[in-house]
Design a protein around this ligand. Sequence first.
Ligand SMILES: Nc1nc2c(ncn2[C@@H]2O[C@H](COP(=O)(O)OP(=O)(O)OP(=O)(O)O)[C@@H](O)[C@H]2O)c(=O)[nH]1
Ligand SMILES: [Mg+2]
Length: 362
Amino acid sequence: MVEISCHGSPQIVKEIIEIFIENGGRLAGRGEFTKRAFINGKLDLTQAEAIIDLIEAKTEKSASSARSQLMGELKRLIEGIREKVKQILMKIEATLDFPDDIEEIVSPEEIKKIISEIDDTIKTSKYGKLVREGISLAIIGRPNVGKSSLLNLLLKDERAIVADIPGTTRDTIEEQINVRGYLINLVDTAGLHNLEVGAVESMGMNRTRAAASEADIILFVCEATDPFNNDDNRILSSIDVKKAIYVVNKTDLRGYQAKEGEVGLSIVNRIGIVELEDRIVEKIENIVEPREYGGINERQKERLIVAENALKRGAAGINAKATLEMIAIDIKEGFDALGEITGQEGTEEVIAGIFDRFCVGK
Ligand SMILES: Nc1nc2c(ncn2[C@@H]2O[C@H](COP(=O)(O)OP(=O)(O)OP(=O)(O)O)[C@@H](O)[C@H]2O)c(=O)[nH]1
Ligand SMILES: [Mg+2]
């Protein structure tokens, strides 16, 4: 390996690269260095994927999840499960020529234990999705209650226009924020009301309704001067209140005693923010069980489901006294699917797909 230190001007770098290429060198491909580490057995596929996760990590929790996967946490887990499947497969294969009562060789309970281990791992995909993609949180309420002010406050930036005119926000505004290490996709929306509206405002309100139904969490905002009035209640009846955190804003205008399950807020006086964050975190941790370390990604989840289903068929086969060959086919399918997670099995295509997500130089 040769490392070149040169002056940083693009022209000098370009000329040096050209000299190398003229002499038989070539530019590295996407993720080529990581791919080589994978091919040489220094990393498995889950660790290679963790490198992308780490590069893309936007919050502490995203980074620590990626780091634990990079250290081989998931690799060891999957290899452990796969080893157990292999033991079963070997037992079946060893007795293929001496057909005996299959239940004496492998019990369905043994397979069920593995299935439940796989199931536990699949459950971590919720946390995996949270740390990779974030959780969606929509700010919903009637016009002028301070929704955009709340977005700006949480974002610590004057992103959205705030004005004392109902109907200021026409379109949804999306931004990512970090609340105590959790990645949140925050959506500010157009205020919902029942008055005559023009075409643009009505399109905006349709987007609000879509945002409310897609959100994992809804910040329902109303005003301390007139909290939970008919308009508020009409909105509340149109959303899934299980997802809602009730926020009563503008408590500076009129003293408001927040009831159980409500957060009193004054955005102008910056009062109630810590409590609001507490509620958001609480809500997230109700939806997704917090974990010390990583959750699996969509690819890994899909392969685990394939493995789980194959093993279920294998266990059913044993119960139904199917032939050893038939049972072995199912168990082997499970074994292979697990191997595709770590990259011990699998096509060049899958592997190429993973490294294509890298940038050059990684
Ligand atoms: N007194 C007081 N005024 C506030 C507070 N929060 C927001 N406001 C004011 O309320 C008005 C409306 O705020 P916005 O954030 O634009 O309200 P909105 O809910 O986004 O309104 P639409 O986009 O029209 O639906 C602005 O004049 C804000 O300055 C608060 O805590 N106290
Ligand atoms: Mg607004």
